[in-house]
Design a binder for this molecule. Sequence first.
Ligand code: HEM
Length: 225
Amino acid sequence: MKRNAEFEFSAGLRWTHWLRAIAIAVLTVTGFYLTYVFIVPEASDEPILFLNAKFRMWHEIAGFLLIAVTLFKLYLFLIDKVSMKERIAFLDFISPKVWIQQIKYYLFMGEHPHLKGVYNPLQFIAYVGLYAMVFVISLTGLILYVHMYQGGGIGLFLYDFMRPIEAMMGGLAMVREIHHIVMWGILIFLPIHIYMAIFNSIMGKEGSMDAIISGYKFTKHDSKH
Ligand code: HEM
């Protein structure tokens, strides 16, 4: 069957996708360390090891990377011309017909619906959920951060904004708890996301995994989705 190469994801969107994947991987490993110190350096009489501080430093670097990438992705979603296909997916999201067809497809009971945008309704709602989780984990992360760097820079700038939010959340210990629980939300999202991406790539036979690397997928000649 003849196939058309169709440009789906812009370079900005693909770069931010993989940078975010790296940031989340670093944040998860370093975050688990901050929860439970699973490596202890060889004992030394000199105060030179600072392993905890180093883990925290990499955690915060990856944290600010995640925040920057998410803000840029949000900007692309709302403003960028190529991302119009992402925005149009909202129309599929509010269509009950597409919802039913999509669920039937995943249960091997019907054909894939013809979509207007690049995301099906289940994908769309999953990504909205992911953004909500990234928002909460970033906010709680910043609250934890301002307690470490109040001397200047972003820490000092954000300090007065973060303290009332911290109080609303029930105090610093609670903020840390929420930060930790949301991590598990993201860790549950990830395998489902990867399973769905592989499922769609294999079942749809359109190289949909290629699109997040090269930007192109390969649509069937006679199909619109
Ligand atoms: C996917 C994103 C993230 C994950 C999975 C994650 C995970 C974690 C975990 C598990 C902890 C330990 C909490 C505990 O159990 O006590 C932690 C602490 C912390 N996180 Fe995150 N985090 C993320 C994003 C962020 C962001 C965006 C920031 C903002 C800069 C941030 C800043 C911090 C800080 C400052 C701490 C406290 C470190 C300490 O007490 O020594 N995190 N994070």
